[in-house]
Design a protein around this ligand. Structure first.
Ligand SMILES: Nc1ncnc2c1ncn2[C@@H]1O[C@H](COP(=O)(O)OP(=O)(O)OP(=O)(O)O)[C@@H](O)[C@H]1O
Length: 230
């Protein structure tokens, strides 16, 4: 029987992505082949502008490839309607954006609860699960603070708690440790490892930080819209 680590959660096949900008075509992704397995931490590294965020957006169904396929849990994500994509994204995928995407009027706990609400989790489960996720990122004492009362690093940790609260199959994170100091970044990667190992979810994150690559199961290096090593 295949172990959970061998099951691809997401496959990217022959993917190309181009944008039109100032009347010319810009080819950002030039034939990407990769996969992200359940129970593994996958990292995407590469210089600024190499196409990491564009690829992450396609993986999460936030955008569609110009060519090629994105297969999420054996389903052709790239062919789906926006409506169907939205439902699956809310329930089955977690996102951690560079901009945190926290709502300013809600407390840390309420921000985490919001992703449970969006995922259709019964209300009775919100408080306990949200508190557990804040505990996981070391923010129990800040649960009732609003984003403006938190440091950049603390806001980033709330965003991580929010991304994992609804137990997604796939967590996509764009530079999730960018605002954190070295110790806290290492701690967050420890949390990610715990999540992949204990909950069997797949995480794919981008990072420039070479000190973190050793914690990944797989590291893909991107150069100018291509993956050059694995
Ligand atoms: N909507 C768009 N229209 C035109 N060009 C775009 C668009 N989105 C991205 N690009 C271009 O694609 C290239 C790759 O961008 P992307 O954000 O994917 O890189 P990145 O590797 O994530 O960079 P960073 O590490 O700085 O976030 C850049 O040159 C960017 O200007």
């Amino acid at each position: 029987m295949a172990s959970v680590k061998e099951v691809p959660c997401l496959e990217v096949r022959h993917v190309r992505k181009s944008f039109w900008s100032s009347n010319r075509q810009v080819d950002v992704l030039k034939g990407i082949e990769m996969s992200v397995a359940a129970g593994q931490l996958t990292m995407l590294r590469g210089r600024s502008g190499s196409g990491k965020t564009t690829l992450l957006n396609l993986m999460g169904g936030l955008d569609r490839p110009s060519e090629g396929e994105v297969i999420f849990r054996d389903r052709p994500f790239h062919q789906w309607s926006d409506k169907r994509l939205t439902v699956v994204r809310r329930r089955e995928i977690g996102f951690i954006f560079q901009s945190f995407a926290l709502l300013p009027l809600l407390t840390a706990l309420e921000n985490v609860e919001l992703s449970l609400r969006m995922a259709g989790i019964p209300r009775a489960e919100w408080k306990e699960r949200a508190a557990k996720c804040l505990d996981l990122v070391g923010l129990t004492k800040r649960a009732n603070h609003r984003p403006f009362e938190l440091s950049g690093g603390e806001q980033q940790r709330v965003a991580i708690a929010k991304g994992i609260a609804h137990k997604p199959f796939l967590l996509l994170a764009d530079e999730p440790t960018a605002e954190l100091d070295t110790n806290m970044a290492a701690r967050m990667i420890g949390v990610f490892r715990e999540i992949v190992e204990k909950e069997g979810i797949a995480i794919c994150m981008t990072t420039h930080d070479s000190t973190l690559w050793g914690a990944a199961d797989v590291v893909y290096q991107m150069v100018d819209g291509r993956i050059v090593s694995e």
